[in-house]
Design a protein around this ligand. Structure first.
Ligand code: NAD
Ligand code: DAU
Length: 344
């Protein structure tokens, strides 16, 4: 592993991963390949471009563009691909699934084929706990569980996972897959729950909680996810899949109470609104397999929520221009006419 191609590296988790890896490995080179959709922002990598100019490069492009992908692989002498590139927001997938199929399914195929043609490059796929669907009772999803995705986003990610596995079985491409829980931390686009709630609260605007707010999620700190991907790249068994999360869970309302406490804002900002279509009630991962590689999360849910809240408090330079751009139209579309629930 000497020269990584990090697709989707200008997004939330990808940019944290690039910063983390370049700081940790002084001989590593990274090229970020990113289409720069609404969620891909070069300012997420501004400090990286300044601090690691000799080991970092950026190439703009679509992962579904086979010619451009092959050109970039050859130009930068890439030996490993880590695919973070995706359409990632469930609510946008409900409004219009098209880009999700193009990028998360077809784009994944293009990358796999390019990796095969370039001489079986090492390939890691960033996937999600959402591919298991929502989990009833006390069960924790294991890597061997059947996939049962329920939103267009989750279904397109599951399609990607199946393709990755097929390239291992059929062609012997050296792949691994990680399935992460809900990440939170710096540089997360404010359409996602925690940064949306944090930035609304900082503006003294109501926080739109879908339904009763009793949905259960594993809110993990993004750097814990990045460390896990690094470990899997170095020590993961080729052909295997690894769940990545804290293995614990909390309700959305519990998350919001901690967030408001850290921001010093009142609970009266909470508004229960009409639920998301097909809203998954609970995700929870069994993370024993990753822990057997020697991994442990550094952050509890509460520490992750508080650290993230502080970052949004301290970095309005990053989120204020976003909220004043394309985001305004999106917000109006999703929340403008959303019914407020008196009794959730
Ligand atoms: P994000 O939306 O913040 O960033 C996605 C990045 O991909 C952006 O930079 C965007 O420009 C780029 N991109 C989108 N389509 C592209 C295309 N066709 N070609 C090239 N680049 C393209 O996403 P994120 O939250 O950082 O998620 C990164 C990955 O992690 C995704 O694969 C996602 O499914 C997965 N994941 C996310 C979470 C989470 O909680 N955010 C949890 C588990 C897994
Ligand atoms: O679980 C991993 C997944 O986590 C990733 O694969 C996705 O890319 C990422 O977007 C995230 O998906 P979720 O749908 O779980 O996250 P989101 O931040 O959109 O919502 C978290 C929870 O908060 C979920 O139960 C829905 C709820 N929610 C969300 C928004 C945006 C609200 O109650 N109100 C909101 O306005």
């Amino acid at each position: 592993m000497q020269h990584l191609l990090v697709t989707g590296g200008a997004g939330f988790i990808g940019s944290n991963f690039v910063r983390w890896m370049l700081a940790k490995y002084p001989d590593l080179h990274i090229t970020v390949y990113d289409k720069l959709t609404y969620a891909g922002l070069l300012q997420n990598l501004q400090d990286v471009a300044e601090n690691y100019a000799d080991r970092y490069a950026f190439a703009q492009g679509d992962i579904a563009d086979a010619a451009r992908v092959s050109e970039v692989l050859a130009a930068h002498n890439i030996d490993t691909i880590v695919n973070f590139a995706a359409e990632t927001h469930v609510d946008r997938s409900i409004l219009d699934p098209d880009a999700f199929i193009q990028t998360d399914v077809y784009g994944t195929y293009v990358l796999l084929e390019a990796a095969r043609q370039a001489g079986k490059l090492r390939y890691h796929q960033i996937s999600t706990d959402e591919v298991y669907g929502h989990i009833e009772g006390g069960h924790r999803s294991k890597e061997t569980d059947n996939l049962a995705p329920r939103s267009p986003y989750a279904a397109s990610k599951a399609g990607g996972d199946h393709l990755v596995n097929s390239y291992f079985i059929t062609y012997g491409l050296p792949i691994t897959i990680s399935r992460g829980a809900n990440n939170i931390g710096p540089y997360q686009y404010p359409e996602k729950a925690l940064p949306l709630f944090a930035t609304n609260a900082l503006n003294d605007q109501p926080l739109p909680i879908y339904g009763d707010g009793q949905q259960r999620r594993d809110y993990q700190f993004v750097l814990d996810h990045c460390q896990a991907v690094d470990l899997i790249l170095r020590q993961g068994v080729i052909g295997d899949t690894y769940n990545v999360g804290t293995g614990t869970e909390m309700t959305n309302l519990q998350m919001v109470e901690i967030l408001l406490d850290e921001l010093g804002k009142p609970s009266s900002l909470i508004r229960h609104v009409e639920d998301r279509l097909g809203h998954d009630r609970r995700y929870c991962l069994d993370v024993q397999k990753l822990m057997a590689l020697g991994w442990e999360p550094d952050y509890t849910h509460e520490e992750a929520i508080r650290a993230t809240a502080r970052w949004y408090m301290e970095n309005p330079w990053w989120w204020e221009p976003i909220r004043n751009g394309e985001f305004k139209e999106y917000y109006q579309q999703v929340y403008g006419n959303r019914k407020v629930l008196e009794r959730p």
